[in-house]
Design a protein around this ligand. Structure first.
Ligand SMILES: Cc1ncc(COP(=O)(O)O)c(C=O)c1O
Length: 391
C-alpha cells in the first residue's frame, strides 16, 4: 500500500474464522433467539467480569431502559447523569418520564466530576448513572459513598467498559446494575447487543422478565418443559429485548480471547502514549493506579492547557483543521463523544447554555479520538504516530 492510498478507520471489526463460522450453529440448529449460545455468552461474561447475574439484551440502550424500569424509575424522578456521554444515557431516563440532571465532568478523565454530585441531589433524586467513558472507570468509591448516604441506586453505563477495572474489580460490578454495549465500535461486538450485569438476584429476575414481554418463563424453559399446554404467565407489560443466538454465538466465541483482546488494545495505547508524550498540545488518555483502562477508544484533548470560554472557538477551529488534515492522509478521527446539553433536544427542553457544564462543553469542542482497535497492524500504528507527530 503506498502512503497516500492508506486508509485507517476509527475502528475495524476483527473476527476470527471460528467466530464467523459460529453463527452457522444456531442457523443450522434452528434455535435462533435467546437459546444456548446466548446462555453460554452470558455465563462467560459472568466468569470474566465477576458479575453474578448476566442478561444479554438487544443493545446497551435497551439494557439501561430495562434496568431503570426494573429499579422502578417513574415520572417526576430525577437521575444524575454526566453531561458528556452518548445521548442514550440520558434518553433512557426520559423514556420513563423522569428527568436527567446533568453533572459536569472532569476534563482529565472525561468522567463525571464526583465533587459536583452532592449539590445536584434533591428530594426527587433517585439514582446516579456514572459512565465508564471510553474504557476508563468512573471514580466509583466516592460515587458509592454518596449513593449510600442519600439512599440512591447506581446504574453504571458500562457501554465502553469491557476490560475496564477500578481497584482491580471489573466495572459493571459496583452499582445496583451495569450495562455493556456490543455495537461494532466496542471491543467485543455482536453487531448490536448489550449485557446487563447485577449482583441483585431479585432485580435480575425482574429484568429477565421485562426483557421477554414480562413472562415468568422463557421460551427455552417452556420448550424444554414437560407440559406443552402451559403458556407462561406475564406479570409485567414487558418488552422484547431478547438477543438472538446468532449474535450470542459471536459474543460467545469472542469471549474465548477476551483477555488477549484487552491486552492487545492496551499495548497499542501504550505505544501511542509513549510516542505522543512529548507533544504539549495533545493530552493522551488518563491513566492512574486505581484504573485498568479497557481502551474502547483512544480519546485525547487538543490544546487543553489554556482552554477557556474565551478561546474555545479558536481551539475548536484548530482541532477541526487538524482532523481534516489527518483525514486527507487517510486517518479517521472523531470527536470523543458529545455534550448532551448542547444537543437540541436537551438544550431546548431544559434551557441549557454551553457554560452550564463548561468541561463537557470544552470536551465537546477539543476532544479527538484516534484510531485504536485490536487487529490494527504495526504499520498502521506507525503511520498514525508519524502523521500525528508531523502535522
Ligand atoms: C457511553 C455510552 N452509553 C450508551 C451507548 C449506547 O450503546 P448501544 O449502541 O449498544 O445502545 C453508547 C454507545 O456508543 C455509549 O458510548
Amino acid at each position: 500500500m503506498s502512503e497516500n492510498t492508506k486508509s485507517i478507520p476509527i475502528t475495524r471489526t476483527s473476527l476470527l474464522p471460528n467466530e464467523i463460522e459460529s453463527v452457522l450453529e444456531p442457523l443450522e440448529s434452528g434455535w435462533l433467539v435467546q437459546g444456548p449460545q446466548v446462555k453460554s455468552f452470558e455465563d462467560k461474561w459472568g466468569a470474566f467480569t465477576g458479575s453474578s447475574f448476566n442478561l444479554a439484551v438487544t443493545s446497551c440502550t435497551t439494557g439501561m431502559h430495562l434496568a431503570l424500569a426494573g429499579l422502578g424509575l417513574k415520572p417526576g424522578d430525577e437521575v444524575i447523569v454526566p453531561a458528556f456521554t452518548w445521548i442514550s444515557t440520558a434518553n433512557v431516563v426520559e423514556h420513563l418520564g423522569a428527568k436527567p440532571v446533568f453533572c459536569d465532568i472532569n476534563l482529565s478523565t472525561f468522567n463525571i466530576d464526583v465533587s459536583l454530585i452532592d449539590n445536584l441531589i434533591t428530594q426527587r433524586t433517585v439514582g446516579i448513572m456514572p459512565v465508564h467513558l471510553f474504557g476508563l472507570a468512573a471514580d466509583m468509591d466516592p460515587i458509592m459513598r454518596i449513593a449510600k448516604k442519600h439512599q440512591l441506586w447506581v446504574l453504571e453505563d458500562a457501554a465502553c467498559g469491557f476490560g475496564a477495572t477500578y481497584k482491580g474489580q471489573h466495572v459493571g460490578c459496583f452499582g445496583d446494575a451495569g450495562v455493556f454495549s456490543f455495537h461494532p465500535r466496542k471491543a467485543i461486538t455482536t453487531g448490536e447487543g448489550g449485557m446487563v450485569t447485577t449482583a441483585n438476584e431479585s432485580l435480575s429476575i425482574k429484568i429477565k422478565q421485562l426483557r421477554d414481554h414480562g413472562a415468568v418463563l422463557s421460551d427455552l424453559q417452556r420448550h424444554l418443559g414437560p407440559k406443552p399446554y402451559l403458556l407462561a404467565d406475564h406479570i409485567h407489560a414487558g418488552y422484547n429485548q431478547r438477543m438472538t443466538d446468532i449474535q450470542g454465538a459471536l459474543g460467545n466465541t469472542q469471549m474465548d480471547r477476551a483477555a488477549n483482546i484487552i491486552s492487545e488494545r492496551k499495548c497499542i495505547a501504550t505505544r501511542f502514549d509513549d510516542a505522543f508524550s512529548r507533544l504539549d498540545w495533545l493530552t493522551t488518555p488518563f491513566t492512574g493506579d486505581k484504573y485498568g483502562h479497557g481502551y474502547q477508544s483512544y480519546p485525547c484533548l487538543f490544546q487543553s492547557d489554556d482552554i477557556s470560554l474565551a478561546n474555545i472557538s479558536e481551539i475548536n477551529h484548530a482541532r477541526n483543521n487538524w482532523m481534516e488534515s489527518l483525514q486527507k492522509r487517510g486517518i479517521s478521527t472523531r470527536p470523543a463523544t458529545h455534550a448532551l446539553h448542547m444537543l437540541s433536544f436537551y438544550k431546548n427542553k431544559y434551557t441549557l447554555r454551553p457554560e452550564d457544564y463548561p468541561n463537557a462543553y470544552f470536551a465537546n469542542h477539543c476532544s479527538i479520538s484516534l484510531p485504536l482497535f485490536h487487529g490494527m497492524t504495526e504499520e498502521e500504528q506507525i503511520y498514525v504516530i508519524n502523521n500525528v507527530v508531523e502535522i
